[in-house]
Design a protein around this ligand. Structure first.
Ligand code: TYM
Length: 329
Protein backbone atom coordinates (compact mmCIF):
# COMPACT_ATOMS: atom_id res chain seq x y z
CA UNK A 1 0.00 0.00 0.00
CA UNK A 2 1.31 3.42 -0.91
CA UNK A 3 0.63 6.13 1.66
CA UNK A 4 0.92 9.84 0.92
CA UNK A 5 0.16 12.89 2.99
CA UNK A 6 1.07 16.55 2.99
CA UNK A 7 1.42 19.13 5.73
CA UNK A 8 1.82 22.89 5.53
CA UNK A 9 5.07 24.39 6.78
CA UNK A 10 4.57 26.36 9.95
CA UNK A 11 6.36 26.46 13.28
CA UNK A 12 2.97 26.47 14.92
CA UNK A 13 1.72 22.98 14.38
CA UNK A 14 -1.06 22.38 16.90
CA UNK A 15 -2.58 19.49 18.80
CA UNK A 16 -5.22 19.04 16.05
CA UNK A 17 -2.51 18.53 13.43
CA UNK A 18 -0.71 16.18 15.77
CA UNK A 19 -3.69 14.03 16.72
CA UNK A 20 -5.51 14.17 13.37
CA UNK A 21 -2.52 13.71 11.10
CA UNK A 22 1.06 13.49 12.42
CA UNK A 23 0.20 10.59 14.74
CA UNK A 24 -1.12 8.69 11.71
CA UNK A 25 2.01 9.47 9.65
CA UNK A 26 4.20 7.87 12.31
CA UNK A 27 1.95 4.80 12.52
CA UNK A 28 1.86 4.50 8.72
CA UNK A 29 5.62 4.35 8.27
CA UNK A 30 5.97 0.60 8.51
CA UNK A 31 2.76 -0.11 6.68
CA UNK A 32 3.38 2.15 3.70
CA UNK A 33 5.27 0.75 0.76
CA UNK A 34 6.41 3.43 0.72
CA UNK A 35 4.97 6.01 3.13
CA UNK A 36 5.56 9.44 1.62
CA UNK A 37 5.23 12.71 3.56
CA UNK A 38 5.54 16.09 1.92
CA UNK A 39 6.02 19.54 3.42
CA UNK A 40 3.92 21.63 1.09
CA UNK A 41 5.71 24.96 0.72
CA UNK A 42 3.94 25.66 -2.59
CA UNK A 43 0.57 25.44 -0.85
CA UNK A 44 1.84 27.93 1.73
CA UNK A 45 2.21 30.68 -0.90
CA UNK A 46 -1.50 30.68 -1.73
CA UNK A 47 -2.00 33.19 1.11
CA UNK A 48 0.27 36.14 2.05
CA UNK A 49 3.73 35.01 3.20
CA UNK A 50 7.23 36.18 3.94
CA UNK A 51 9.96 34.34 1.96
CA UNK A 52 12.49 34.10 4.80
CA UNK A 53 9.83 32.98 7.25
CA UNK A 54 8.62 30.35 4.81
CA UNK A 55 12.07 28.79 4.54
CA UNK A 56 12.45 28.77 8.29
CA UNK A 57 8.95 27.29 8.71
CA UNK A 58 9.91 24.38 6.47
CA UNK A 59 12.79 23.65 8.84
CA UNK A 60 10.49 23.96 11.86
CA UNK A 61 8.01 21.50 10.38
CA UNK A 62 10.73 19.08 9.28
CA UNK A 63 12.13 19.07 12.82
CA UNK A 64 8.65 18.60 14.33
CA UNK A 65 7.97 15.60 12.09
CA UNK A 66 11.33 14.01 12.84
CA UNK A 67 10.85 14.69 16.54
CA UNK A 68 7.41 13.07 16.38
CA UNK A 69 9.04 9.88 15.15
CA UNK A 70 9.31 10.01 11.36
CA UNK A 71 12.43 8.18 10.36
CA UNK A 72 13.89 9.02 6.91
CA UNK A 73 15.09 5.43 6.66
CA UNK A 74 11.51 4.15 6.95
CA UNK A 75 9.61 6.81 5.01
CA UNK A 76 10.15 9.43 2.31
CA UNK A 77 10.08 12.94 3.80
CA UNK A 78 10.59 15.84 1.41
CA UNK A 79 9.80 19.44 0.46
CA UNK A 80 7.19 19.85 -2.27
CA UNK A 81 9.04 22.49 -4.32
CA UNK A 82 12.09 20.20 -4.60
CA UNK A 83 10.12 17.90 -6.91
CA UNK A 84 9.05 19.89 -9.98
CA UNK A 85 6.72 17.15 -11.16
CA UNK A 86 4.12 18.44 -8.67
CA UNK A 87 3.75 21.74 -10.49
CA UNK A 88 3.75 20.21 -13.94
CA UNK A 89 1.08 17.68 -12.99
CA UNK A 90 -0.99 20.45 -11.37
CA UNK A 91 -1.26 22.27 -14.67
CA UNK A 92 -2.07 19.10 -16.57
CA UNK A 93 -4.81 18.27 -14.06
CA UNK A 94 -6.38 21.72 -14.27
CA UNK A 95 -7.55 20.62 -17.71
CA UNK A 96 -9.64 17.91 -16.05
CA UNK A 97 -10.92 19.88 -13.07
CA UNK A 98 -14.30 21.59 -13.11
CA UNK A 99 -14.25 25.25 -12.14
CA UNK A 100 -17.57 24.63 -10.39
CA UNK A 101 -16.05 21.90 -8.22
CA UNK A 102 -13.27 24.23 -7.06
CA UNK A 103 -15.85 26.89 -6.29
CA UNK A 104 -17.60 24.47 -3.94
CA UNK A 105 -14.53 23.72 -1.81
CA UNK A 106 -15.18 24.71 1.83
CA UNK A 107 -11.57 25.63 2.42
CA UNK A 108 -11.54 28.02 -0.55
CA UNK A 109 -14.74 29.65 0.64
CA UNK A 110 -13.38 30.07 4.19
CA UNK A 111 -9.91 31.23 3.25
CA UNK A 112 -10.98 33.55 0.42
CA UNK A 113 -13.48 35.25 2.72
CA UNK A 114 -10.63 36.01 5.14
CA UNK A 115 -8.26 37.60 2.59
CA UNK A 116 -8.17 41.38 2.83
CA UNK A 117 -6.01 42.17 -0.20
CA UNK A 118 -5.58 39.50 -2.81
CA UNK A 119 -7.56 36.33 -3.30
CA UNK A 120 -4.93 34.60 -5.41
CA UNK A 121 -5.63 32.23 -8.28
CA UNK A 122 -3.30 29.89 -6.39
CA UNK A 123 -5.76 29.73 -3.49
CA UNK A 124 -8.46 28.66 -5.95
CA UNK A 125 -6.17 26.01 -7.49
CA UNK A 126 -4.94 24.76 -4.09
CA UNK A 127 -6.96 21.51 -4.31
CA UNK A 128 -5.56 20.73 -7.78
CA UNK A 129 -1.99 21.00 -6.46
CA UNK A 130 -3.08 18.75 -3.60
CA UNK A 131 -4.50 16.23 -6.11
CA UNK A 132 -1.22 16.35 -8.06
CA UNK A 133 0.72 15.68 -4.84
CA UNK A 134 -1.10 12.43 -4.29
CA UNK A 135 -1.69 11.28 -7.88
CA UNK A 136 1.98 11.75 -8.83
CA UNK A 137 2.78 8.84 -6.48
CA UNK A 138 -0.27 6.70 -7.32
CA UNK A 139 -0.95 6.62 -3.59
CA UNK A 140 -3.74 4.38 -2.30
CA UNK A 141 -4.17 5.91 1.15
CA UNK A 142 -4.15 9.51 2.35
CA UNK A 143 -4.06 9.99 6.14
CA UNK A 144 -5.71 13.31 7.00
CA UNK A 145 -8.04 15.00 9.47
CA UNK A 146 -11.76 15.43 8.80
CA UNK A 147 -11.33 18.89 7.21
CA UNK A 148 -9.53 17.33 4.23
CA UNK A 149 -12.33 14.91 3.29
CA UNK A 150 -13.62 17.12 0.49
CA UNK A 151 -10.17 17.61 -1.02
CA UNK A 152 -9.63 13.84 -1.14
CA UNK A 153 -13.05 13.38 -2.79
CA UNK A 154 -12.01 15.87 -5.44
CA UNK A 155 -8.74 14.07 -6.18
CA UNK A 156 -10.68 10.84 -6.64
CA UNK A 157 -12.94 12.59 -9.12
CA UNK A 158 -9.96 14.00 -11.03
CA UNK A 159 -8.31 10.54 -11.13
CA UNK A 160 -11.54 8.98 -12.44
CA UNK A 161 -11.85 11.62 -15.15
CA UNK A 162 -8.26 11.11 -16.18
CA UNK A 163 -8.65 7.35 -16.46
CA UNK A 164 -11.93 7.55 -18.39
CA UNK A 165 -10.43 9.87 -20.94
CA UNK A 166 -6.79 8.71 -21.22
CA UNK A 167 -6.66 5.15 -19.89
CA UNK A 168 -5.87 3.62 -16.50
CA UNK A 169 -2.89 5.61 -15.29
CA UNK A 170 -4.19 7.09 -12.04
CA UNK A 171 -5.00 5.38 -8.74
CA UNK A 172 -8.11 6.67 -6.93
CA UNK A 173 -6.83 7.37 -3.43
CA UNK A 174 -8.83 6.75 -0.27
CA UNK A 175 -8.74 8.99 2.74
CA UNK A 176 -7.79 7.60 6.13
CA UNK A 177 -9.52 9.71 8.74
CA UNK A 178 -9.01 8.51 12.33
CA UNK A 179 -12.05 7.37 14.31
CA UNK A 180 -11.05 9.43 17.32
CA UNK A 181 -9.39 12.84 16.98
CA UNK A 182 -10.24 13.64 13.34
CA UNK A 183 -11.53 17.06 14.33
CA UNK A 184 -10.02 18.53 17.47
CA UNK A 185 -11.85 21.68 18.51
CA UNK A 186 -10.59 25.04 19.75
CA UNK A 187 -10.53 24.93 23.57
CA UNK A 188 -12.06 28.40 23.85
CA UNK A 189 -14.59 28.03 21.02
CA UNK A 190 -15.48 24.35 21.01
CA UNK A 191 -17.79 24.70 18.03
CA UNK A 192 -14.81 25.69 15.83
CA UNK A 193 -11.96 23.40 14.87
CA UNK A 194 -8.51 24.06 16.29
CA UNK A 195 -6.69 25.96 13.54
CA UNK A 196 -3.42 27.76 12.80
CA UNK A 197 -5.19 30.92 11.69
CA UNK A 198 -8.53 32.17 12.85
CA UNK A 199 -8.60 30.17 16.09
CA UNK A 200 -8.12 31.66 19.54
CA UNK A 201 -4.56 31.76 20.91
CA UNK A 202 -5.69 30.50 24.35
CA UNK A 203 -7.76 27.78 22.74
CA UNK A 204 -4.95 26.40 20.59
CA UNK A 205 -2.40 24.03 22.10
CA UNK A 206 0.81 24.05 20.07
CA UNK A 207 3.02 20.98 19.80
CA UNK A 208 5.93 23.09 21.04
CA UNK A 209 4.09 24.74 23.96
CA UNK A 210 5.81 24.58 27.35
CA UNK A 211 4.06 22.37 29.95
CA UNK A 212 2.88 25.42 31.95
CA UNK A 213 1.22 26.90 28.85
CA UNK A 214 -0.49 23.62 28.02
CA UNK A 215 -1.79 23.27 31.57
CA UNK A 216 -3.13 26.81 31.59
CA UNK A 217 -4.90 26.39 28.24
CA UNK A 218 -6.50 23.07 29.19
CA UNK A 219 -7.54 24.28 32.63
CA UNK A 220 -9.24 27.34 31.15
CA UNK A 221 -10.99 25.36 28.38
CA UNK A 222 -14.59 26.44 27.86
CA UNK A 223 -17.08 23.81 29.03
CA UNK A 224 -20.74 23.92 30.06
CA UNK A 225 -22.31 24.79 33.38
CA UNK A 226 -23.01 21.13 34.20
CA UNK A 227 -20.80 18.69 36.06
CA UNK A 228 -20.97 15.46 34.09
CA UNK A 229 -17.97 14.17 32.14
CA UNK A 230 -19.91 12.79 29.19
CA UNK A 231 -19.97 13.24 25.41
CA UNK A 232 -23.72 13.15 25.05
CA UNK A 233 -26.17 15.94 25.62
CA UNK A 234 -26.77 19.61 24.83
CA UNK A 235 -23.77 21.93 25.03
CA UNK A 236 -21.28 19.13 25.67
CA UNK A 237 -18.90 20.06 22.78
CA UNK A 238 -16.20 21.37 25.12
CA UNK A 239 -16.20 18.32 27.40
CA UNK A 240 -16.52 15.92 24.45
CA UNK A 241 -13.45 17.53 22.87
CA UNK A 242 -11.45 17.07 26.08
CA UNK A 243 -12.59 13.44 26.38
CA UNK A 244 -11.42 12.83 22.81
CA UNK A 245 -8.05 14.50 23.48
CA UNK A 246 -7.53 12.48 26.66
CA UNK A 247 -8.50 9.28 24.88
CA UNK A 248 -5.78 9.77 22.27
CA UNK A 249 -3.13 11.13 24.64
CA UNK A 250 -3.56 8.20 27.02
CA UNK A 251 -4.44 5.56 24.45
CA UNK A 252 -7.63 4.58 26.31
CA UNK A 253 -11.28 4.25 25.28
CA UNK A 254 -13.63 7.23 25.60
CA UNK A 255 -16.19 5.11 27.46
CA UNK A 256 -13.69 4.12 30.12
CA UNK A 257 -12.73 7.78 30.58
CA UNK A 258 -16.38 8.69 31.14
CA UNK A 259 -16.67 5.88 33.69
CA UNK A 260 -13.46 6.89 35.44
CA UNK A 261 -14.56 10.51 35.93
CA UNK A 262 -18.17 9.82 36.81
CA UNK A 263 -19.09 12.10 39.69
CA UNK A 264 -15.67 13.74 39.95
CA UNK A 265 -16.43 17.19 38.43
CA UNK A 266 -14.60 19.20 35.81
CA UNK A 267 -11.63 20.37 37.90
CA UNK A 268 -10.14 16.90 38.38
CA UNK A 269 -10.96 15.93 34.84
CA UNK A 270 -9.23 18.97 33.33
CA UNK A 271 -6.22 18.31 35.55
CA UNK A 272 -5.97 14.79 34.16
CA UNK A 273 -6.29 16.04 30.56
CA UNK A 274 -3.59 18.67 31.12
CA UNK A 275 -1.22 16.12 32.59
CA UNK A 276 -1.81 13.63 29.78
CA UNK A 277 -1.29 16.24 27.05
CA UNK A 278 1.91 17.49 28.70
CA UNK A 279 3.24 13.90 28.84
CA UNK A 280 2.11 13.26 25.27
CA UNK A 281 3.88 16.28 23.76
CA UNK A 282 6.93 16.65 26.03
CA UNK A 283 9.12 14.09 24.24
CA UNK A 284 8.39 15.79 20.89
CA UNK A 285 9.29 19.23 22.24
CA UNK A 286 12.51 17.94 23.78
CA UNK A 287 13.61 16.10 20.67
CA UNK A 288 12.71 19.13 18.55
CA UNK A 289 15.06 21.30 20.59
CA UNK A 290 17.89 18.90 19.75
CA UNK A 291 17.10 18.63 16.03
CA UNK A 292 16.06 22.15 15.02
CA UNK A 293 19.46 23.91 15.34
CA UNK A 294 21.18 21.66 12.78
CA UNK A 295 19.72 23.13 9.59
CA UNK A 296 22.33 21.44 7.40
CA UNK A 297 21.17 18.05 8.68
CA UNK A 298 17.52 18.98 8.09
CA UNK A 299 18.33 20.09 4.53
CA UNK A 300 20.24 16.89 3.97
CA UNK A 301 17.29 14.79 5.10
CA UNK A 302 14.94 16.74 2.82
CA UNK A 303 17.30 16.45 -0.16
CA UNK A 304 17.63 12.69 0.27
CA UNK A 305 13.83 12.43 0.51
CA UNK A 306 13.34 14.57 -2.59
CA UNK A 307 15.58 12.31 -4.62
CA UNK A 308 13.52 9.25 -3.74
CA UNK A 309 10.26 11.11 -4.33
CA UNK A 310 11.38 12.46 -7.68
CA UNK A 311 12.18 8.99 -8.96
CA UNK A 312 8.58 7.89 -8.34
CA UNK A 313 6.87 11.05 -9.58
CA UNK A 314 9.00 11.11 -12.75
CA UNK A 315 7.74 7.66 -13.70
CA UNK A 316 4.13 8.79 -13.37
CA UNK A 317 4.73 11.91 -15.44
CA UNK A 318 6.41 9.79 -18.11
CA UNK A 319 3.06 7.99 -18.46
CA UNK A 320 0.89 11.08 -18.12
CA UNK A 321 2.54 13.27 -20.80
CA UNK A 322 2.16 10.89 -23.76
CA UNK A 323 -1.34 9.90 -22.60
CA UNK A 324 -2.37 13.57 -22.73
CA UNK A 325 -0.47 14.31 -25.93
CA UNK A 326 1.94 16.84 -24.44
CA UNK A 327 5.65 16.63 -25.28
CA UNK A 328 7.10 14.13 -27.73
CA UNK A 329 5.36 10.77 -28.11
P1 TYM B 1 -2.42 21.38 7.16
O1 TYM B 1 -0.97 21.57 7.41
O2 TYM B 1 -3.32 22.54 7.27
O3 TYM B 1 -2.97 20.26 8.13
C1 TYM B 1 -2.22 19.09 8.33
C2 TYM B 1 -3.14 17.96 8.77
O4 TYM B 1 -3.74 18.28 10.02
C3 TYM B 1 -5.12 17.99 9.97
N1 TYM B 1 -5.85 18.90 10.89
C4 TYM B 1 -6.61 18.50 11.91
N2 TYM B 1 -6.93 17.27 12.38
C5 TYM B 1 -7.73 17.21 13.48
N3 TYM B 1 -8.23 18.31 14.11
C6 TYM B 1 -7.94 19.56 13.68
N4 TYM B 1 -8.43 20.63 14.31
C7 TYM B 1 -7.09 19.69 12.53
N5 TYM B 1 -6.59 20.76 11.84
C8 TYM B 1 -5.84 20.26 10.84
C9 TYM B 1 -5.51 18.22 8.51
O5 TYM B 1 -6.68 17.52 8.18
C10 TYM B 1 -4.28 17.70 7.79
O6 TYM B 1 -4.38 16.30 7.57
N6 TYM B 1 -4.27 20.62 2.55
C11 TYM B 1 -3.46 19.92 3.56
C12 TYM B 1 -2.02 19.77 3.12
C13 TYM B 1 -1.82 18.90 1.91
C14 TYM B 1 -2.16 17.52 1.75
C15 TYM B 1 -1.69 17.16 0.45
C16 TYM B 1 -2.78 16.57 2.57
C17 TYM B 1 -1.22 19.30 0.76
N7 TYM B 1 -1.14 18.26 -0.13
C18 TYM B 1 -1.86 15.86 -0.03
C19 TYM B 1 -2.94 15.27 2.07
C20 TYM B 1 -2.48 14.94 0.77
C21 TYM B 1 -3.56 20.71 4.88
O7 TYM B 1 -4.54 21.31 5.12
O8 TYM B 1 -2.51 20.70 5.72
Amino acid sequence: MKIFSGIQPTGKKHLGNYIGAIRQYVEGQDEGDPAIYCIVDLHAITVPWDPAVLRSNVHDTTAILLAAGLDPERCILFRQSDVREHTELTWLLTALTAHGDLNRMHQFKDKSAKQRELVSAGLFLYPVLQAADVLAYKADTVPVGEDQRQHVELMREIARRFNERFGPVMVEPEHRIPEVGARIMDLQQPSNKMATTGGSEQGTVYVLDEPAAITKKVRSAVTDSGTEVTRSGEGKEGIANLIEILSVARGSEMDSIEAEFEGSGYGDFKGAVAEAVVDYLAPVRERYAELRPDEAALEQALAAGAEKARAIAAETLAEVRPAMGTGPA
